[in-house]
Ligand binder design. Sequence first.
Ligand code: GLC
Length: 532
Amino acid sequence: MSGFSDEAAWWQSAVIYEIALISFQDSNGDGKGDLTGLMSRIDYLKWLGVDAVWLTPIYKSPFRDLGYDISDYCSIDPTFGSLDEFDHVLKALHAADIRLILDLVPNHTANDHAWFIESSSSRNSAKADWYIWADPAENGGPPNNWRSRFGGTGWEWCEARRQYYYHSFLVEQPDLNWRNPQVRAAIADVMRFWLDRGVDGFRVDASAVLIKDQLLRDNPPNPQAKDKPPPQRQTPVFTDDRPETMDCIEFIREVIDSYPGRVLCGEVQGKIDRIGHFYGNDRPRLHLPLNFALLDSQWDALSLQATIDAYLNAIPEHAWPVWVVGGHDKQRIASKIGKAQMRVLAMLLMTLPGTPFFFMGDEIGRKRVPIPSDRVHDPFEKLVPGFGLCRDPERAPMRWDGSAGGGFTNGDPWLPLEPGGTPNVAEQQRSERSVLALFRALIMLRHEHACLSQGGYEPLRSHNDVLAYRRTKGGAQILVALNVATEPRKWHWLGRGRLLMSTHLDRRSETLPEASILLRGNEGVIIALEAR
Ligand code: GLC
């Protein structure tokens, strides 16, 4: 590996970019992205300035759930390429000083995984206890009331065993039994397989649901169930975020800690008051529990300052914060806040304390892509229709240019792209003031100023639609002021300041004559305070 310093904490100052490989770059015209395609875009990643890439699952899979249904943890799905190609990509990323984080899906496999085939063949098979099996209830029905997140009962009958197995997600995604030490050992082997090849870490999928209640106690009704999709009409007390789950995460962390300089990120329980637990105390858990609070926040200065505060207060003192503004499961934030505020979001993301994550396409301000009903892939939408749960609009192939295939493919893309051809990378690379140019400039600035990537954080009192805070390191002080209104707003501070950047990218490096600035509508600024 070349050029990396401070191995222990590279992920603290890293900017992390999520890629759904199937939608990134196709190289063979089958309409699906692949490893060779990714290889051809490493220059772009380098140009953009991201430090690490997190890839959604690339393993052998029937792809019923974007590859989160894995048939073999230790091979690459042929749609994406081969292990050799993987090794080449990893080497090329490292040569470009970009780390690679893989998705680890320890909660469930696909039902065509050899482990499940064996486990479901008989109650006496060698892997009989590798999944969550239970006898029927007295009436012959499912053992309890647990639901699948993708709709309906979470239990599926298996005739060969005359028992039910539990699936938190699709029927075709049986849950592994994490109480079984053999399962733990098998997943540890999977991790070592990839860590030995040189991957820099994992994002642990569904880490909060690894253990379910041993007594199979029924989940209570959700008092806020009204208007919720059926899977959310229960409070998942006995299936999600069980205390025993923490031990599993600690186990996974021990495996990763036996390799220096690797990182463990994880999908955790959504509630902000629980996120702190996922860092661990005496025994460490995740380095970076993913925090989606900004996506859920109302978009006004008072709500944002409260969201930021609530999160920072909820994590332990030793914890390194994380901010995620997009992902393969999350609605594109540009659709919610609009194009102009996307710039403010970019500045917020790159100046908050902690590790920023964004999803491919966020850097061009991409919105949700309309998906006609006959092109829907997402099982969530198919099984729980009518609640706007479809995740395909965010998963549409990357738009590299304005052509029909978007520069993504010469064939038929597996999901449609925006009909209008924009936004796209090529067009924004040509423009000095595009959202893409802004993301890039902000990443560069963050890398230049340790105060932004490593410094302390102090909120300032937000009012008049301006969200503001100070970052500090040694003697350096940087102020950030973000106007979330469409109208101009005056903002004051104390001291002599030099403008480092405006979200409009039209003023830079000016010493400001006064300790106040007129922020234009949707404008954010970064100001360095000059030492007196
Ligand atoms: C995780 C993934 C999501 C998937 C689910 C089930 O939540 O992020 O995309 O549907 O696990 O595998």
